[in-house]
Design a protein around this ligand. Sequence first.
Ligand code: SF4
Length: 426
Amino acid sequence: MEYTIIKEAVVHEDDDPPLKQNDVLSSTSHITGNVVCSIAATAGKTKVFTSKSNMFRKRFFPDATIVQWNDWHWQLAHRITTLEQLTRFLKPTLEERQALEDCEGKFPFSITPYYLSLVDLANPMDPLRKTIVPTIGEAVVSYGEKPDPLDEDRTSPVPGIVHRYPDRVLFLTTSFCSVYCRYCTRSRMVGGHTEALEFHWHRAIDYIRKTETIRDVVISGGDPLTLADDKIEWLLKQLSDIPHVEMIRIGTKVPMVLPQRITTELVNRIKKYKPLYLSVHCTHPNEITAESKRAFDRLADSGIIMGSQTVLLRGVNDDPAVMTALMHRLLQVRVRPYYLFQCDPIVGSAHFRTSVDTGKEIIRSMRGFTSGYAIPQYVIDTPGGGGKVPILPEYEVGKDADNLYLRNYEDKVFAYPDQAVKEAIV
Ligand code: SF4
């Protein structure tokens, strides 16, 4: 069925019209009744990205104007960072309350008002809530968990650089994020040491300049798109001026948690530099709203190429229907599904981690049943700094002197006349 996006319900003052059940394109166990990001099919012909954030603003921030709400500085200034603030919006469970009381000095807690508006406040099982509100599971240390499971600190030749593969580096530019994901691989270092990282920028760029094998730089953090325009542009210019740097990637969750940050001015500044790719961290279809769509439109219209990164999380997106809905919605906003990560074994992550078989089953359930473009590559970032390893369901089921035998999406086996097999036995 062909759909056309006919409007964005972003900045108008009126509450969105209620969606009829039949209008909701995808309805699964994890997509909440409070459908904040529903893609509605109107009369079976068109669909509209809608938003409930306006209702949330009127209820909890009645003095804030729509202009203020859509200002990313306002969103940052009104982040929810304490238990006391959170209780103004929802009733924490005992596990959440205890975790928040113990939070001080540990992995920080922060939610933008916009992102909280995507949460079904009455539902403790809301998928986005699980990813941003601490629970006591974070205090449980399980088998194999480490603060730095990927050994990034060991593969850091200078502060702020992780150099694991020959031709690319990770450049950690900030430790600040507008929202702290409870499963963050860098939970050991995010939250509040940004000045220290900025102090190392010159040395890090110098390392990249002197290491001619580096052709690809991933600017990450923390979330680099929370930096000021001037600083982002400065970083891009420095890197673009290095002849052997062929491409730059920015890893960010901003379009999902703070889409107001993707201003026309920011996009005009960043599109001028070397081929720029955005790796968008996304978790659940409820994140794709009218607001995030507007941000993606700005980025895509400027020629910035976008791919997604999703962490497989128990009780959040470990359901084939939810994962498929997320990937479909990403494609609709011009983000190509790229990576599905097995959750890294950081300390206190057991409540988030699924088995690897669950991930394989999700990929198996997608392959053949939806466009290949919608299927991300499922990978494990190997503990100890071994790098990413792709994980696939078992499609090769055997070989003999003539053929390789392959299982298709319908569980039927087909023979491929593999010349290499023939050659091997001659
Ligand atoms: S946005 Fe990225 S760096 Fe920031 S807390 Fe989430 S996973 Fe960690």
